[in-house]
Design a binder for this molecule. Structure first.
Ligand code: TRP
Length: 340
């Protein structure tokens, strides 16, 4: 029998990588469904986070706004509780290995595989006048993001599952040609992530691309805006605050209140027994305002300390380059490129 694994092996934390696009708005749905859980993962895993700015140019960006959005996304990540001392946070375009590995992986990905990506199909309809090649190869860049860090797990929402599956296929294919080079990443399914639905059409997921601004709440929305949006939230005609079929609006509001207060749905139902929807919606709005207040304060603080942000993203990029360069070198060597 072999020896017990060495302590090094036992103690080595698994690597989790995730990234977020700097799209200008981070919604309550992004926060409760993803970001807040990233914060919790920081102690148990080696987390690495990125602002996926290279991904963002698959749709046209206004240069000035884009620059602002990248920095805002960075500040917001820290404001939500990502601690760059624990988990490196970098800006994707600062780390040249991403675009380089993406090119290599382009040559190990089939046209047919990319054509099956449902997000590509949706986006090429939505941006019909700019169906650029980047929109098509976008999942390859995402695969590079993940594989460069030999990530064990990637926290993904339903919309990114197919992309992660593709990253696994690319890794497996490369490994089967050249021997083990990349770790095949697993999805990290969170137990606690809330699925936040639109406040106007609660059958749909909350999304900032919804034209109706009342359907989503941004993490940086002013308190009065948050209150207004919750007061207008769609409910039903039963007037009972209770989880139930055909009560998508109320179910969603109960879910949100539960996510921000930690109360169970039963506790909430009990608390609002005999009360009207008006009171309930006000209570949900107030609880969300309370939850967002410290994040907004920290965000304002960070955005006024650009030198601190710069220090952090530079450190993040240095770390990311060090790790990712090793993987890139290894892959290039296996393919047969001459070492520099
Ligand atoms: N494509 C992801 C999104 O739009 C963002 C992303 C880019 C990402 N690279 C990643 C997510 C790597 C996880 C891992 O949401």
């Amino acid at each position: 029998m072999s020896e017990q694994p060495t302590t090094e092996k036992v103690e080595k934390k698994k690597v989790i990588l995730s990234a977020i696009q700097p799209s200008g708005t981070i919604t309550l749905g992004n926060y409760l469904g993803a970001l807040r859980n990233w914060v919790k993962l920081q102690d148990d895993y080696n987390c690495i986070f990125a602002i996926a700015d290279l991904h963002a140019i698959t749709v046209r960006q206004d240069p000035q706004k884009f620059r602002q959005n990248i920095l805002n996304a960075y500040a917001l990540l820290l404001a939500c509780g990502i601690d760059p001392e624990k988990s490196p946070v970098f800006i994707q375009s600062h780390v040249h290995t991403h675009a380089e590995l993406a090119w290599l992986l382009n040559c190990y990905t089939q046209f047919g595989e990319l054509s099956r990506m449902t997000q590509f199909k949706d986006k090429s309809q939505k941006y019909a006048n700019n169906v650029n090649a980047g929109l098509f190869t976008y999942p390859i860049l995402m695969a590079a993001d993940i594989l460069l860090y030999q990530a064990d797990m990637v926290p993904v929402g339903a919309d990114q599952k197919q992309h992660l599956e593709l990253a696994r296929n690319i890794a497996d294919r490369f490994n089967s040609i050249y021997g083990k080079t990349f770790k095949s990443p697993e999805p990290y399914i969170s137990r606690s992530g809330a699925r936040v639905m639109s406040l106007q059409d609660p059958a749909k997921k909350m999304s900032k691309s919804d034209e109706n601004v009342n359907s989503w709440v941004a993490v940086l929305d002013k308190p009065e805006t948050v209150m207004k949006k919750f007061k207008r939230a769609v409910t039903d005609s039963d007037a009972v605050v209770k989880i139930g079929e055909g009560k998508d609006g109320i179910n969603n509001l109960i879910g949100i209140l539960s996510a921000v207060t930690g109360k169970t749905a039963e506790e909430i139902e009990f608390e609002f027994e005999g009360k009207g929807y008006g009171d309930f919606k006000t209570a949900v709005g107030e609880a969300v305002v309370e939850e967002l207040k410290p994040i907004q304060n920290r965000f304002n603080d960070f955005i006024n300390h650009k030198d601190y942000l710069e220090e952090q993203y530079k450190k993040g990029a240095e770390f990311a380059l060090r790790i990712s360069q090793r993987t890139l070198d290894k892959a290039m060597k296996k393919i047969g490129f001459i070492a520099k």
